[in-house]
Design a protein. Structure first.
Length: 29
C-alpha cells in the first residue's frame, strides 16, 4: 500500500463520511 492509496482513502472518507469507511478513517489518521 503506497502513500497515494492512503491519501485516496482519506479523501473518500471526507466525501463519504456516512459510509462504513468510518473504520478506515481511524487507520487513515
Amino acid at each position: 500500500m503506497t502513500d497515494n492509496n492512503k491519501q485516496k482513502t482519506g479523501f473518500k472518507l471526507v466525501l463519504y463520511p456516512c459510509f462504513e469507511s468510518k473504520e478506515t478513517y481511524i487507520v487513515y489518521q
